[in-house]
Design a protein around this ligand. Structure first.
Ligand code: HEC
Ligand code: HEC
Length: 160
């Protein structure tokens, strides 16, 4: 058992180093999360960082909350207006986001998930190849907190 665990840790450390070299810290400029967004959108998963999807993706997600990945996540129109303003203001195509997050995404594409974004699959490629997201403790790639303890606060670097 022990050597396998050590090998897995070594692999993760290697991936961490490589992702850092290729990407640099993509999440360094995470804005303070909006209280309404955190309150309404973190019941089932973390309130995902606004900067990881473009405005058009957030608009589509917010426009179809009644059919949200098999769940009904509808909101009051007041909350919806405030969350939309926050997500659009800090999205991947807003002024304060790292332009690398939108790399390889065509202007016509509307990614449905962060975990489908090329920046994300690029960083996590080795883990995807090893089916690391199927592990019982992870269950889903969308479960960022399983590997990034500080994810709910927008921290994804290797020291978080
Ligand atoms: C009732 C539960 C629930 C609520 C409330 C909810 N979601 Fe989700 N959300 C889900 C489920 C289930 C998934 C799919 C997770 C998976 O594939 O493991 C998901 C996935 C997502 C994803 C894609 C994650 C990825 O894989 O990249 C985004 C983005 C998202 N939700 C945004 C939101 C936003 C914005 C709100 C608030 C308006 C919200 N969610 C509220 C249940 C919910
Ligand atoms: C199975 C474990 C696992 C899961 C689940 C996971 N990641 Fe990662 N992630 C990693 C590893 C390992 C790295 C490389 C560490 C590094 O470079 O900081 C990484 C790196 C990152 C980085 C680059 C860090 C930086 O600042 O350069 C971001 C951003 C990131 N992940 C976002 C996410 C998001 C968002 C989710 C959920 C939608 C997620 N990850 C889910 C393991 C995971």
């Amino acid at each position: 058992m022990m050597p396998r665990i050590l090998a897995a840790l070594g692999m993760i450390a290697t991936v961490m180093g490589m992702a850092f070299l290729v990407m640099g810290p993509v999440a360094s400029a995470t804005p303070a999360p909006d209280p309404t967004y955190v309150k309404e959108c973190s019941a089932c998963h973390i309130a995902y960082p606004a900067q990881f999807l473009p405005k058009r993706s957030w608009d589509r997600i917010l426009g179809s909350l009644d059919k949200h990945f098999g769940e009904n996540a509808t909101l009051s129109s007041k909350s919806l207006t405030s969350i939309k303003a926050y997500l659009e203001g800090h999205a991947a195509d807003s002024a304060d986001a790292n332009p690398r997050i939108l790399r390889d995404v065509a202007a016509t594409q509307i990614p449905a998930r962060i975990t489908e974004m090329p920046f994300w699959t690029h960083i996590h490629g080795r883990l995807l190849a090893r089916h690391a997201f199927d592990a019982p403790k992870v269950k889903s790639a969308s479960n960022c907190t399983a590997c990034h303890r500080g994810a709910a606060n927008g921290h994804f670097g290797d020291d978080d």
